[in-house]
Design a binder for this molecule. Structure first.
Ligand SMILES: [Zn+2]
Length: 153
């Protein structure tokens, strides 16, 4: 089978992707999970600009996100959730590296875990009554794979 070079620097599959699963974004090919992580990072950048600093040092912001996602191995959904926590608790973030300590906050972590469990229970309850909206046709947006409740953060 034909393979492509995955365009993601932190490729999860040694930089190679089979053509039957490859996702093309701006003329480059990516593994599905690499593309998901990339668009997740983009979402984090957007939230940072929306909630914390409209004109951040983008080099610092990229480094902080890399650290959180690729070094600490934090789940993208968890990082997205942390913005809600920052708002609710009026946490002051002076520069992008502030995010790297927020994600280690034990209270945030246990709150997130509880919320995930509750949401899952609710979703199961809901799924027997209604059919969720079809999200297809939205292209490669991060939205597609993110639960609705997280998208609203
Ligand atoms: Zn890849």
């Amino acid at each position: 089978m034909k393979t492509y070079k995955c365009g993601y620097n932190y490729c999860k599959n040694e930089g190679v992707v089979n053509e039957d699963v490859a996702i093309m974004v701006k003329n480059r090919y990516y593994c599905p999970e690499c593309e998901k992580e990339m668009s997740g990072k983009e979402k984090i950048r957007e939230l940072y600009k929306r909630d914390i600093d409209t004109t951040p040092n983008s080099q610092q912001l990229n480094m902080a996100i890399k650290k959180i996602v690729n070094e600490y191995g934090c789940d993208i959904d968890f990082v997205i959730y942390s913005f809600k926590y920052i708002k609710e608790n009026n946490i002051k973030i002076n520069n992008p590296f502030g995010l790297t300590w927020v994600v280690k906050d034990g209270k945030l972590i246990s709150k997130y875990k509880k919320e995930v469990i509750t949401r899952k229970a609710n979703e199961i309850r809901m799924s027997v009554e209604i059919t969720p909206n079809d999200d297809s046709g939205e292209g490669f947006e991060y939205k597609k794979s993110t639960p609705k409740w997280l998208r609203e953060i």
